[in-house]
Design a protein around this ligand. Structure first.
Ligand code: TXA
Ligand code: MG
Length: 311
């Protein structure tokens, strides 16, 4: 079997053998393994070099499988699942015993999501159970939105190729806590739509359950990222890449222009960062997005993290 052209049936066999397989979702590619096997999940932590206290989300094919990995399924969870699944929403709930502690970073809760991608859903069904699926990139790096990004970041990992991801940024993570819900990671589904407390800022957040993946320097390319106003983009040195979304005239060799539309900008953001990073630039100047709404908020969140100094 060639790792480059993996088919669904082969991927399901590998997963049953406790191996890891990267798979497409509508947000970013995930690194899959049997969520009920501590040994399989350990392989994911090792491949990503992910800190062990950072919990992984569990992918399911619908509400029924979600109920098997959570020990409680409040009405609010049912409502979210009916409205937003399959889709880019991860719901944090008390975990069931079938989920080993390594999945949840030793914590009592599990994040569950039903991805809106036919290959991901077919894979879960062919495998016959829940799959962990952190983004399929080395810990701290930019998430992959194409199979090629996975192959470059995690060489040797078998990838189920589903083409480019349509959403482009990771799911909204929401915790249900009694009668309230709180956004732990912003995404394309906004707090308003969920009737949840909005995400404010990882540092300011007074949270019993912070999402440890929300370290300031998450999602960072190798190049140094700077977010600048449109007026600061003009002629730039050859070792500097530029990412714009307006018709600002950038005189740059390495220039990616994304559409000034939240959905399409989000869909192209990580690919743009990968492209500029692969060009070997020292610095990436990002024209500051100023649009309103949950998707632009999530875009600004990811850009701010990409620009944060490495810890
Ligand atoms: O869109 C996505 O969510 C992608 C695709 C592949 O599904 N997956 C993804 O996984 O982004 P990952 O592991 O890179 O990010 C999961 C985020 C992290 O910030 C993690 O800390 C948080 O969710 N998280 C997971 N389980 C949690 C829990 N029990 N409590 C709080 N935060 C949790
Ligand atoms: Mg990630």
């Amino acid at each position: 079997m060639s790792a480059a052209r993996l088919v669904l049936a082969e991927a399901a066999i590998l997963l049953r053998e406790g191996r890891i397989v990267a798979f497409p979702t509508e947000t970013v590619y995930g690194l899959g393994a049997d969520a009920r096997s501590a040994e399989a999940v350990r392989r994911v932590f090792e491949a990503k070099r992910r800190p062990e206290n950072n919990p992984m989300i569990v992918h399911v094919d619908g509400a029924e499988m979600a109920r098997s990995v959570a020990s409680e399924w409040p009405e609010r969870a049912q409502e979210f699942a009916e409205r937003f699944w399959p889709g880019p929403l991860t719901i944090v709930l008390p975990k069931a015993d079938v989920i080993p502690g390594i999945v949840t970073g030793g914590g009592p809760t599990v994040g569950v999501r039903c991805p809106d991608h036919p290959l991901a859903l077919e894979l879960i069904r062919a495998f016959g159970g829940p799959l962990v699926g952190p983004s399929a990139n080395p810990s701290g790096a930019v998430s992959p939105t194409r199979a090629e990004h996975v192959r470059a970041g995690l060489p040797g990992v078998p990838v189920l190729d589903g083409g480019p991801c349509t959403r482009g940024i990771e799911s909204t993570v929401v915790a249900i806590e009694g009668q309230t819900a709180r956004v732990l990671r912003p995404g394309v589904i906004g707090a308003d739509e969920l009737g949840a407390t909005p995400y404010i800022d990882g540092k300011k957040q007074d949270a019993p359950l912070p999402a440890p993946g929300l370290l300031p320097s998450h999602y960072a390319p190798r190049a140094h990222v700077q977010i600048v106003p449109s007026s600061a983009i003009d002629a730039v040195p050859d070792d500097t890449g530029v990412l714009t979304h307006s018709d600002v005239g950038a005189e740059a060799i390495h220039h990616v222009a994304l559409p000034d539309d939240a959905v399409r900008y989000a869909a192209g953001l990580y690919e743009a960062l990968h492209t500029l990073d692969d060009a070997g630039v020292e610095t990436i100047l990002v024209e500051e997005p100023t649009g309103d709404g949950p998707i632009w908020d999530a875009v600004r969140d990811r850009l701010t993290r990409a620009a944060a100094p490495r810890s």
